[in-house]
Design a protein around this ligand. Structure first.
Ligand SMILES: Cc1cc2nc3c(=O)[nH]c(=O)nc-3n(C[C@H](O)[C@H](O)[C@H](O)COP(=O)(O)O)c2cc1C
Length: 213
């Protein structure tokens, strides 16, 4: 029968530009590798390019079983797709898929990289299920706050910011006091109390995220 991809599944796959693709080796062990060319072919199929995926291709030729995970690292949500993968290396369908990729966002297909594509894998999706971090089990947590947390975590990581933790551990790092500066209170003492409360709440929230993920 196969599963129908929802609009949100398609959105996440197209937006994320990265999937982890699992296949089965002849000895039964798993093989997992990333594919930045992942995209949506139609309502029932995903597709990716074989540029440098000998393991995945060899496995699929022997056993078409495949599972694909796509996760938004900021929302900590995504989807898992299970199905069968067909390796396409020539013919009309190969050309159609190449045309689909041509001129699109995929880095690998621009100009001379196109020649490096050895084939495509068309994945018929048999089941599609949502993935949600256990962080969402906490009633106080919503997607917006999770996004905010991970965006700032990765921003600090990317900047190589060694004071990320220090900032978190010292509530009044940003003197003059935040809440006073923002006009929320009049006196320094009030501002201190408000900032301290804000810091405790944030610390608890951050601990919640990091404990469960
Ligand atoms: C972010 C990222 C994206 C990648 N995208 C692709 C891709 O779309 N197609 C591909 O063939 N290889 C891609 N690669 C390279 C393969 O994942 C890599 O060569 C891997 O070792 C292949 O393993 P396999 O032969 O078991 O599939 C990517 C690697 C990274 C790190």
């Amino acid at each position: 029968m196969g599963a129908k991809l929802t609009a949100d599944m398609k959105r996440v796959v197209v937006e994320q530009r990265l999937a982890f693709v699992a296949t089965v080796c002849p000895d039964g062990t798993p093989n997992l590798s990333p594919k930045g060319t992942i995209s949506v072919w139609d309502d029932n199929h995903l597709v990716f390019a074989d540029i440098r995926s000998p393991g995945t291709i060899t496995n699929l030729r022997k056993n078409p079983a495949v599972e694909i995970n796509v996760v938004d690292p900021f929302a900590r949500k995504g989807y898992r797709f299970k199905g069968t993968g067909e390796v396409i290396v020539d013919g009309e369908l190969f050309q159609q898929i190449m045309n689909f990729y041509r001129g699109r966002w995929v880095d690998a297909v621009r100009s001379k990289s196109e020649a490096r594509i050895r084939g495509f894998v068309l994945v018929k999706v048999e089941s599609a299920l949502p993935l949600t971090s256990p962080a969402y089990d906490h009633t106080s947590v919503d997607e917006q706050s999770i996004r905010k947390h991970w965006i700032s975590y990765f921003a600090a990581l990317n900047e190589g910011s060694s004071d990320y933790r220090r900032r978190e551990s010292f509530p009044f790092f940003n003197f003059p006091l935040e809440s006073r500066r923002n006009g929320m209170v009049d006196t320094v003492v009030e501002a201190l109390i408000l900032d301290l409360l804000e810091w405790v709440t944030k610390r608890e929230r951050d601990r919640t995220y990091e404990e469960v993920m």
